[in-house]
Design a protein. Structure first.
Length: 220
C-alpha cells in the first residue's frame, strides 16, 4: 500500500481469458475468411459462439466485476461519464466504467449476432443445415447480407474500442490494458475487494455453453 492506495484483484481469470481469446478468434476469423479457409472459419465461429454463451452466463453467475448488474449503468450516467472523457484524474474505477459497460454490451451483441448468422451461412453453403431447405430464398439472402454487414460493423466497433483505450491512456492517464492482463489494479485503500468466483462455477458455465453450441450447430 502506498499513497493511500492498495492493489486488489478486479478481473477474474475467466473474464480475462475470454477477453484475449475473443481477440484472437476475431483475428482468426478475418484471416480464414481472407484465405477462403471456410472450414476453419466455421470452427472458429462455433468456438466464438461458445465463448459468447459462456460470457452471457458469467454475466449473471460470475465474479462481481463480470456481472451485468454491476456494470450496466443508465444511459444518463454513461453520457455524464463521457462528458469528462478528457479530464485527467486518478483511476478509481473498480470494473467497467459507465460508458465502457455499454460498449461491452454492444460488442457482445455484435459478436453474438455475427456468430449466429454465420452458423446459418456456413450450413447454407455446405447444404447440411436442416432448416436451410425450409427457408425462403429472400430470407436466406438477407441472413447472408446481415452476416457481412455485422462483420463490417464489428470492425468499426473494434477500432472505436481501441481508440477509446488510447484516449484513456493519453488524456486521462488510465492504463486499461494492464489490469486485463494481470487482473490487478491499484485503487484507493478504502475500496472493497470485489467478490471473485471460483473455477468450479466457470467450468460448469463452460460445459453448459459447449452443449448449447453443439445443439444449435446441429439444429441450424
Amino acid at each position: 500500500m502506498s499513497n493511500g492506495r492498495r492493489v486488489i484483484i478486479v478481473w477474474d481469470a475467466p473474464t480475462r481469458l475470454f477477453h484475449w481469446v475473443v481477440i484472437l478468434l476475431v483475428a482468426v476469423e478475418y484471416t480464414t475468411w481472407r484465405l477462403n479457409w471456410m472450414g476453419w472459419h466455421a470452427y472458429g465461429g462455433e468456438t466464438l459462439l461458445g465463448l459468447l454463451f459462456f460470457r452471457l452466463l458469467w454475466g449473471f453467475f460470475g465474479s462481481d466485476t463480470a456481472r451485468f448488474s454491476r456494470f450496466v449503468a443508465s444511459p444518463g450516467a454513461a453520457a455524464r461519464y463521457l462528458a469528462s472523457a478528457f479530464r485527467r484524474e486518478p483511476d478509481n474505477q473498480v470494473g467497467h466504467n459507465p460508458a465502457g459497460g455499454w460498449m461491452v454490451l454492444f460488442l457482445l451483441g455484435l459478436l453474438l449476432a455475427e456468430a449466429l448468422s454465420g452458423l446459418y451461412v456456413a450450413n447454407d453453403v455446405a447444404d447440411v443445415g436442416p432448416l436451410t431447405v425450409f427457408t425462403p430464398a429472400p430470407i436466406a439472402d438477407a441472413i447472408t447480407e446481415l452476416h457481412r454487414f455485422l462483420w463490417d460493423a464489428l470492425l468499426v466497433a473494434v477500432v472505436v474500442h481501441i481508440v477509446a483505450i488510447l484516449v484513456y491512456a493519453l488524456a486521462k492517464g488510465h492504463n486499461l490494458v494492464k489490469p486485463m492482463l494481470t487482473g490487478k489494479k491499484s485503487l484507493p485503500a478504502s475500496t472493497a475487494q470485489p467478490r471473485i468466483v471460483g473455477a468450479a462455477r466457470a467450468l460448469v458455465c463452460a460445459l453448459v455453453s459447449g452443449i448449447a453450441v453443439a445443439a444449435i450447430a446441429n439444429l441450424l
